[in-house]
Design a protein around this ligand. Sequence first.
Ligand SMILES: *Cc1c(COP(=O)(O)O)cnc(C)c1O
Length: 376
Amino acid sequence: MALDLDVRPSDRPVDDAARSEILADPGFGRYFTDHMATARWTADDGWHDASVHPLEPFTLHPAAAVLHYGQEIFEGLKAYRHADGSVWLFRPDKNARRFAHSARRLALPVLDEDDFVAAVEALVRADAAWVPDAPDGQEASLYLRPFMIATEPFLGVRAAHEATFGVVASPAGPYFSGGVHGVNLWVTDRFVRASRGGTGDAKTGGNYAASLAAQADARDRGCDQVLYLDGEEHAWLEEAGTMNVFLVTSGGELLTPALGSILDGVTRDSLLDLAPDLGLTPVERRIGLAELRERLADGSVTEVFAAGTAAVVTPVVGIRGEDRDPEGADDGAGVVWEQQVGDGTPGAASLELRSALLDLQYGRTPDARGWLRRVV
Ligand SMILES: *Cc1c(COP(=O)(O)O)cnc(C)c1O
């Protein structure tokens, strides 16, 4: 089904001077463009009322299902401006497919994948002036946030009969100001983000709400991000909560945890595909924390990094965790351990993979895989 998208341009867009000022230092997720896309769904009428229109607040009934039971999903992708001024999306079909997967898991209506891409493209066209230039390898882009919420005013627990799909856009500057630097990960054994049969492989707000306490814990331990272990044995690497994790071995493998309860990242998939071009062998399998710790100690794991759309590739330079007495009290203090990754600076293969992906996204190398989609 092709949704009919009505485009109603804003008659009061942010003026050129104010927009230029924002684009000079947008940060991440702080400023929003002139327009948004929305479409409504009801069980009786299916998808309808699709449009791109001036950005405006929602009016929601206080009993809307999303406010009580968290029936929500989202996506994240970017529009990139190439040197010739054209604007491109990177593998938006992958986001569309994952959005449909998340919708099924959260019992939300599935939006046709072509309609998803069409809505994103229509918004990028309406807000094309908000896609920053990216001169000299700088990493500016327009971050796009498609989402869906259950809007039916009903307090019974069942899948809502009314939902709203939306897309908002927010200019994004380089994730790392002042050059790529490495982060430290806190291995949490106190919190899990997912378990088999849960929602770990869906992009839903609840996973993020549940991650905030763990993230605060990581900060308290002097770390930047959490590294989650599996929910059953607390022994196997999962991911970093907003990013997938990778190891580089001295034998030239690019190792990452197999799919299951982790998010099937577009960046993850793309890096696995690009790895052979850089002389790395991609391997997806279970990876034990014990294996990671042994191989960091004996030097056969040379690099660790996290990967996702927002930060691209984030080198990991240190890992910390806590060994606690399994018989002890739940909040009993344990012994904190810490291991450096490689020489404690971002690794060469991590930085090469990062550049290879960015060069593709910004049109600086040929798109042999047909991953880019031109919008403007
Ligand atoms: C979005 C997300 C990622 C990264 O996915 P990309 O498609 O590469 O941006 C990783 N983990 C979680 C939990 C996520 O929500």
